[in-house]
Design a protein around this ligand. Structure first.
Ligand SMILES: *[C@@H]1O[C@H](CO)[C@@H](O)[C@H](O)[C@H]1NC(C)=O
Ligand SMILES: *[C@@H]1O[C@H](CO)[C@@H](O)[C@H](O)[C@H]1NC(C)=O
Ligand SMILES: *[C@@H]1O[C@H](CO)[C@@H](O)[C@H](O)[C@H]1NC(C)=O
Ligand SMILES: *[C@@H]1O[C@H](CO)[C@@H](O)[C@H](O)[C@H]1NC(C)=O
Ligand SMILES: *[C@@H]1O[C@H](CO)[C@@H](O)[C@H](O)[C@H]1NC(C)=O
Length: 676
């Protein structure tokens, strides 16, 4: 928080004191619910203090509170629009029993759920009988009881529910933050939070109609919104929301509100203290000084002096803000050479200092140079603070803005963890003469695979080692494509981006980095990031990277490792040799295994055939004919035999022909489109 913002905050507090909740069709702000016209049912009530109390401690009850006006969730074209909402809640357990069951923010065609919503694990939403009958809702649940029937992950989670109490996506309650650990390595920390602790917590729900991304973020009150959401889920709301009122002649009659329930042996008070909503912009922030936190403070044994309690949160935040200002100013004086962008201040100074990195790499001396790639030079070194060996990639770029945007992505890439990915520890930005970005990676003692395949090493890698590396890289790419919470495209899979750790496992490096070119590129020029010989034909034509273009590059990589030749190189007579075509020709005119690296002595014939054919299939000219990485993994593990196809199949460039020619391969096509 900067000092001017603080002034604004003070002004806002003063202005808002005289202003009660405003509401209109497109957004609203409740700093407490006193005087509001919420639609209430079941056990729900608004207390004297202005708290929306959904349930009391009694067993087996439900309560609902909805904003009175329907929300136009869909635009004129019938497509779901973006929305953003935030609320502060408390769940206070029954002192003499088990706590439960939880509450939810709900979008529903009906604000009168009391006759239809069931208590207990249904959280006042669906019910066993109404389950399939027109009971459609969208909910973000705060679930405090484990229920096996609904495939709950634990007894303290946040979940996204689409018309079913079986969550489509959920995570244990908590919040992410970036911190420097003891070794000065920046890392993402996950701090677990107990939902039913009686402490006020805040939830943010943000949906972007364009990207169809839904984020849910949770934090203790008072705290700024964490920069990383707890849940990030892609869902096409246009598929769901409009159908919720299909039986209704008046479109756009959807209501938003809260639902909560207790169970037969579980009780808890579920309360909402403040709530805001907007369809076109981030939900307006709640003013803590106005929220009825008093009751909560009492429960926690705080002072009962009315004014003190009323002002305490505001006073605290002002004090915290002032301290932050002082600390920030002190810090920035100390490190004035490093540019601090706004968003960085928000995240805090959790990154490597330029001085430490310069020291670690001996002032970026050429003796420490490990390699040089398209993106920049890589230096080795030892980080003084931790004694850890690191590799520092130094990227220089002219368009300053490109780097600023990119750094935000770096923070996401830094959260990726997989045994076949090179771990990204953090970054440093420095701008004196140039805008410069330094990325700090885990050090890989055995260097890049490229050197073993094409370098002057006496003993080339044995087949068993190569096969192990291919499997590792496939596993790393599968994680990026399918197994992480959001899809990450590598965009530059190739042998020189595969590094070897001390146990000779293959690890993908530089993931996501090719985006740098996109950000930096002039909007009028199409710049395709990637490396010649690994670029899928449609990537060259349309310039759009997809999972299928990564698979193409993976195919080229597999052939490179098996044949010991570069994807595009020169043959003994000095003629251009495109590896893909060469292998295909060898297969068409004889035995495919003849394409293998002649240096290999220990190669099993069936493995050679599998790997070469898989490489060719992955690099099929048509994206739809390429397998997905999950399937590639199954082929490599021997669990799924390769489909039958001939060398001719690889020359097909017409989609319809693929479907006609090889039905067994056509099945792979459906597998490919099933991404998230
Ligand atoms: C919603 O956000 C927009 C853009 O900031 C603002 O103009 C509008 O007043 C907001 N609506 C409400 C009711 O807060
Ligand atoms: C998830 O959402 C879809 C609709 O997008 C729904 O059909 C499905 O039943 C939901 N539940 C689960 C557990 O995936
Ligand atoms: C969700 O969170 C991610 C990561 O912070 C962010 O990039 C994205 O813009 C967010 N999306 C929405 C709809 O808020
Ligand atoms: C989302 O769903 C709507 C309605 O079913 C559909 O028209 C639209 O094409 C879908 N969007 C995407 C990107 O799949
Ligand atoms: C590097 O690879 C070799 C085999 O080429 C292996 O013996 C060695 O243990 C690996 N690790 C290191 C740190 O050199």
């Amino acid at each position: 928080m900067s000092c001017p913002t603080l002034l604004c905050l003070l002004l806002l507090i003063i202005v808002c004191l005289n202003d009660s909740a405003a509401a209109d069709d497109f957004g609203f702000l409740y700093n407490g619910f006193a005087g509001s016209k919420l639609l209430l049912d079941g056990a729900a009530s608004v207390t004297q203090d202005g708290i929306l109390s959904l349930t009391t401690n009694s067993f087996d009850i439900t309560g609902h509170g909805f904003h009175p006006n329907p929300v136009p969730f869909t635009g004129e074209n019938g497509m779901a629009v973006s929305f953003s909402s935030t609320f502060v809640f408390t769940i206070t357990p029954n002192p003499s029993g088990r706590s439960g069951y939880g509450m939810a923010l709900v979008i529903s065609a009906r604000p009168d759920l009391s006759s239809r919503g069931f208590p207990g694990a249904y959280l006042g939403l669906g019910g066993p009988y109404y389950y399939k009958q027109n009971q459609q809702f969208f909910a973000v649940e705060l679930d405090t009881v484990f229920n096996g029937e609904f495939k709950d992950i634990d007894d303290n989670h946040v979940g996204i529910d689409v018309s079913s109490m079986v969550s489509n996506f959920s995570a244990p309650a908590g919040c992410y933050s970036y911190t420097e650990d003891d070794d000065y390595f920046i890392s993402t920390n996950f701090e677990g939070l107990r939902l039913s602790s009686g402490s006020p917590m805040q939830v943010w729900v943000d949906y972007d109609g364009e990207s169809m991304e839904l984020n849910v973020t949770l934090a203790l009150v008072p705290m700024n919104k964490p920069s990383l959401p707890l849940l990030s889920y892609t869902v096409n709301m246009s598929d769901h929301l409009p159908s919720y009122y299909s039986d209704d002649s008046v479109a756009n009659k959807l209501y938003v509100g809260f639902s909560a329930a207790t169970g037969d042996r579980h009780g808890a008070t579920h309360q909402v203290l403040g709530w805001s909503f907007n369809l076109t912009a981030p939900a307006p922030p709640l003013d803590y000084s106005q929220l009825p936190l008093k009751r909560v403070q009492q429960i926690q044994g705080a002072s009962t002096a009315k004014n003190l309690v009323r002002w305490l949160p505001a006073t605290l935040s002002v004090l915290a803000g002032a301290t932050a200002c002082l600390v920030l100013r002190w810090r920035s004086n100390k490190k004035s050479a490093e540019r601090r962008q706004d968003w960085e201040a928000e995240l805090g100074p959790r990154r490597f200092s330029y001085r430490d990195l310069r020291k670690a790499t001996d002032g970026f001396s050429s003796r420490q140079l490990l390699g040089q790639g398209g993106c920049g030079r890589v230096y080795g070194g030892v980080h003084a603070g931790s004694g850890k060996r690191i590799a520092v990639k130094r990227i220089t770029s002219e368009p300053a803005q490109g780097l600023a945007q990119f750094t935000a992505e770096i923070l996401i890439l830094g959260r990726l963890r997989h045994r076949n990915l090179v771990r990204l520890f953090g970054y440093c930005r420095q701008s004196q003469k140039h805008d410069e970005l330094l990325l700090v990676y885990e050090h890989m003692p055995n260097g890049s695979l490229d050197r073993y395949l094409h370098g002057q090493k006496h003993d080339a890698l044995a087949w068993s080692q190569r096969f192990h590396i291919i499997k590792g890289v496939a596993s790393g790419l599968l994680y990026l494509h399918e197994d992480w919470e959001q899809v990450v495209l590598h965009r530059d899979v190739k042998a020189s981006n595969v590094l070897l750790d001390a146990e000779m496992n293959g690890r993908l490096g530089d993931f996501g980095l090719a985006r740098l070119h996109d950000h930096g590129a002039d909007a009028h020029t199409t710049h395709v990031a990637g490396t010649r010989g690994y670029l899928a034909p449609e990537l060259l034509r349309f310039g759009k990277a997809t999972k299928a273009t990564d698979v193409f590059a993976f195919g080229a990589f597999v052939l490179e490792v098996a044949c010991g030749r570069r994807p595009v190189g020169l043959n003994a007579r000095g003629e251009l040799l495109v590896l893909l075509d060469w292998v295909r020709q060898i297969w068409a005119t004889g035995c495919i295994a003849d394409a293998m690296d002649p240096r290999l002595l220990d190669c099993e014939a069936h493995e050679a055939e599998l790997v070469l054919k898989l490489g060719l299939l992955c690099s099929h000219p048509l994206p739809a004919a390429r397998p997905g990485m999950r399937q590639v993994m199954q082929h490599l593990d021997g669990g799924l035999p390769l489909p039958e196809f001939s060398a001719d199949y690889l020359a097909i460039t017409d989609v319809d022909q693929v479907l006609e020619t090889s039905p067994s391969v056509a099945t792979t096509i459906t597998g490919l489109s099933g991404g998230r």
